[in-house]
Design a protein around this ligand. Sequence first.
Ligand SMILES: [Zn+2]
Length: 405
Amino acid sequence: MSRINAQRLMADLRSLAEFGKFGTGVDRISFSPADLEARAWLLSRMREAGLDAAIDSVGNVRGVTKNASRAVVIGSHTDSVPKGGWLDGAMGVVYGLEIARSRLESGRAARLGVDVVSFQDEEGSYFPCLGSRSFCGELTEEDLGRTRTATGESIREAIARAGYAGGAPWCLDRARHVAFLEAHIEQGPRLEAEKSRIGVVTGIVGIRRLKITSAGQADHAGTTPMTMRKDAVRPLLELGHRVHAEFPGLSSLDTVWNIGSLLIQPGAANVVPSSAEMILEWRDTSVEKLDQIEATLMSWISDLNRQPGVELTSTPIARIRPTLMAEPLQTAIEASARAERARLMRMPSGAGHDAMVVGHHLPAGMIFIPSIGGRSHDIVEDTSEEDIVLGCEVMAGVVDGLEAV
Ligand SMILES: [Zn+2]
């Protein structure tokens, strides 16, 4: 028996996709007119569902189940990247709305309520995960002064322009909130490749980024003998080669790495490079693994620095800690997916989500559903209707299971 109304779920998702519609996707960056209209629409849908709904002082739209002393928070974000997809975070918000509404209709809401939320600016037009940071009490006055690069408008100014100023932030209530559940499209190709329909997220990866700079000396590339050059790029290429050759042996199956930036100065075919810079990033859900990789890299860099004419220096430029999803919620998602006879796999999230913030304050669980062709953050982003509905059924099953906890 279905726990949710699939037609209503899809109709709401399609209505939401009309705000900021851009081809087959949406352009709905936070605090844009389309984003504000979408929030107003969501507020009214929450009220129609019988929730106690409001937009808080940072623009989080929340719908609280009345007459429930305990509640699961379900949500994600309705802002998008420029020219983004129609599902991204919007789907996770509409799941929350549909599950809260269905529980009110079936009389189960009194046993365990659902508090639905659309967190502000997950995509970080102003500040990544602004809304979930505010919900968790992590947002500072200084943070509100952060500006959107494209316009120079601060968060505080955007809040005033939107008419959200003056109210209070909606905050995590430890006496009430038992868990946070977020559903999201996978934004990658793994579920589709494995023919799995539900991804049970084990954690959101931590990220390390290292900038390695190399000093050399500019000389004529035709007249300076090879043995007499101080070529800045050569040790970086050696390091890069070693990374791709040896990382598979020391990483876990889920570790990913990327050399996404390589700058060479002066950047001319006939000049020996005088300086070069490489940015190397690696991601994993295990801090031990992240540390182990970093230590190995440092030893490789010192090996290279022992060679004559090599002068490498490294600077960490990002250290984002991993967030593990609560083990009991992973088990609950698996059980619910099995009950729906859905093929599932456990997997980390390589992308950031609001659960990355909330998971440090409240037990958090995440469900992924397949992205067609692994595509996202683009208007081509899509997922089959069957998978969208299945994901919501699985999440509704998880909430039923939490009633007894
Ligand atoms: Zn998202």
